[in-house]
Write a protein that binds this ligand. Structure first.
Ligand SMILES: Cc1cc2nc3c(=O)[nH]c(=O)nc-3n(C[C@H](O)[C@H](O)[C@H](O)COP(=O)(O)O)c2cc1C
Length: 96
């Protein structure tokens, strides 16, 4: 299913200072298909930072056999100011 895509954007909210369960479930199901891809994580958080979520994404993918992936810097948006994040988002997209 994902083999046709070169870049995978992974978007999620921060929950409980870590990678939220729905994204864990998604990775458990699909990260075995993540090889030779560019992985671009973007997330919102409520003021306590992004914690370990981007490292966990790499760990999950590596554990499930994903190889030769590259990772962009993560876009971290303040969940209380999403409406004002257009410039940040556009700047980040240009780096992908
Ligand atoms: C169950 C739950 C747990 C959360 N835990 C955290 C947290 O640990 N750290 C943090 O910065 N924000 C936390 N938040 C806040 C969300 O990350 C924030 O509301 C969200 O990123 C805003 O995204 P939205 O605009 O899509 O709602 C939590 C929110 C929920 C509902």
């Amino acid at each position: 299913m994902l083999s046709q895509y070169d870049t995978i954007y992974l978007g999620y909210q921060t929950w409980a200072m870590t990678l939220r369960q729905p994204m864990r479930a998604f990775l458990l199901e699909y990260s075995g298909e993540f090889s030779n891809k560019k992985i671009a994580p973007f997330l919102s958080e409520g003021g306590y930072g992004s914690s370990d979520s981007t490292e966990l994404i790499r760990e999950f993918i590596a554990r499930d056999g994903g190889k030769n992936n590259t990772y962009t810097s993560a876009l971290i948006v303040d969940g209380n100011r999403v409406d004002e994040s257009d410039v940040e988002v556009k700047r980040w997209l240009k780096t992908i």
